[in-house]
Write a protein that binds this ligand. Structure first.
Ligand code: NAD
Ligand code: MG
Length: 400
């Protein structure tokens, strides 16, 4: 039985879909994992209810104005309330935190992720947008300790990035079956989303409700729309590029509607290693939080007394042109990820508001990407500036 002291986890984005799944993993860990910080942007009733259950040292309410209007009297006595986004950076870097779970949605998660890396924390990364946006900087900040999947990184004193995204968790696990230079390619699986079988013609008629109904995963709204356009897979191609230091031509995408095979690593000898499990984020979350240990946990299990049929089919880049953008940005690197990510975040918002058609999201992203001034080695200031610029460009598109 392991005797180490509990791992102290800061759950950034605790009120979201990943955050709530993470708390269920932590609560089922018999005290091995301890939630010492919880953050939420606006859903403060839920945040307070979580604080009552988990008794963290800090609660961070990132929307300071809304936090100022909320009644916090029910917070447990030992819990300190921090208002505003700076609280995220404070807890992410605090000596009382071992692991930072980055589960805020979108590029607003960047500052706290960089703060955690700067403070040499283990970062369990769900927030793929920050890696897509600032991949070059994150890699630089991680230095030699980038996500290698090797145990030599254990022991503390170095920052490391452990993937929470189910595909990247699967690759991370399958990477332990061979050497780095023995990897031929990684194969990302994609459910195909709700419109996998729809014709190009009918895609032009997609409504917000149809796009929000994902067939296999229950997730926050932004990533659910991304799954419908397959921009989520595009972001994951770029995420895989930065996480595993893989060129774009070593990354492949295959459609797998059942979402049970979470991704694969193909080695030079032709052997393909896959990781399987029901579509349940508690498993990859637990893997990142408990790494390198495997323990019994709350995630669903595959039932081998039932018949399962697993299908794989090639991805259709014509109906889902987002995928092409993903490969192009993984190849280009530099500022392209930041522009793609910001344009997409803003286009998804516009779609949810009814200001942009479903089939305009990806063309808007492409046009904005192609009109930006590329820089192969950008500073953080440049990325933030481009992020702002790309969002404005989407507004122009939405008004056109
Ligand atoms: P969600 O919308 O359910 O939750 C988002 C969280 O971020 C909430 O806690 C919210 O309060 C917080 N937040 C929102 N705006 C904020 C802001 N401006 N400042 C600070 N905090 C803010 O999203 P989710 O589905 O849990 O996804 C979270 C991240 O994990 C995303 O980057 C997503 O791509 C990634 N991810 C999610 C899943 C999944 O199954 N949900 C799977 C893989 C990766
Ligand atoms: Mg994923």
């Amino acid at each position: 039985k392991p005797t180490e002291s509990p791992r102290r986890v800061a759950v950034l984005g605790a009120t979201g879909s990943i955050g709530r799944n993470a708390l269920s993993v932590i609560e089922a860990s018999d005290g091995r994992l301890q939630a010492v910080a919880l953050s939420g942007h606006r859903n403060f009733d839920r945040l307070v209810e979580q604080a009552i259950r988990l008794k963290p040292r800090w609660v961070v309410a990132t929307d300071a104005a809304a936090a100022g209007r909320h009644d916090w009297s029910q917070l447990p006595a030992g819990t300190e309330l921090l208002k505003g986004p700076k609280g995220l950076e404070k807890v992410a870097a605090d000596a009382g935190v071992d692991v930072v779970l980055a589960a805020i949605v979108g590029s607003t998660g960047l500052a706290s992720t960089l703060a955690a890396i700067g403070a040499k924390k283990t970062v369990a990364l769900a927030n793929k947008e920050t890696l897509v946006m600032a991949g070059p900087l994150v890699r630089q900040a991680l230095g030699a300790a980038a996500c290698k999947g090797h145990d030599e990184l254990l022991g503390g004193g170095v920052a490391r990035l452990l993937p929470v995204d189910s595909e990247h968790s699967a690759i991370f696990q399958a990477m332990r079956c061979g050497g780095r230079d023995e990897v031929e390619r990684v194969v990302l699986t994609a459910s195909g989303g709700p419109f996998r079988t729809w014709s190009a013609e009918s895609l032009t008629q997609v409504t917000v409700d149809e796009a929000l109904a994902h067939p296999t995963w229950n997730m926050g709204p932004k990533i659910t729309i991304d799954s419908a356009t397959m921009m989520n897979k595009a972001l994951e191609i770029i995420e895989a590029h930065w996480l595993f230091d893989l060129p774009a031509d070593k990354i492949e995408v295959v459609i797998h509607p059942q979402s049970v095979v979470h991704s694969m690593v193909e080695y030079v000898d032709g052997s393909v290693m896959a990781q399987l499990g029901p579509p349940d984020m508690r498993l990859p979350i637990q893997h990142a939080l408990e790494y390198p240990h495997r323990r019994s946990g709350p995630a669903e299990r595959l039932d081998w007394t039932q018949t399962h049929r697993f299908e794989f089919e090639p991805a259709d880049l014509d109906r889902f042109p987002a995928l092409k953008l993903g490969f192009e940005c993984a190849e280009a690197g530099g500022t392209s990820g930041a522009v793609l990510n910001a344009a997409n975040e803003s286009a998804v918002e516009a779609f949810l508001e009814g200001d942009l058609h479903f089939t305009e999201i990806v063309p808007a992203c492409r046009s904005i990407l192609e009109s930006h001034t590329f820089d192969s080695d950008p500073t953080l200031e440049r990325l933030v500036e481009l992020d702002r610029w790309a969002r404005q460009e989407v507004q122009t598109w939405a008004c056109a």
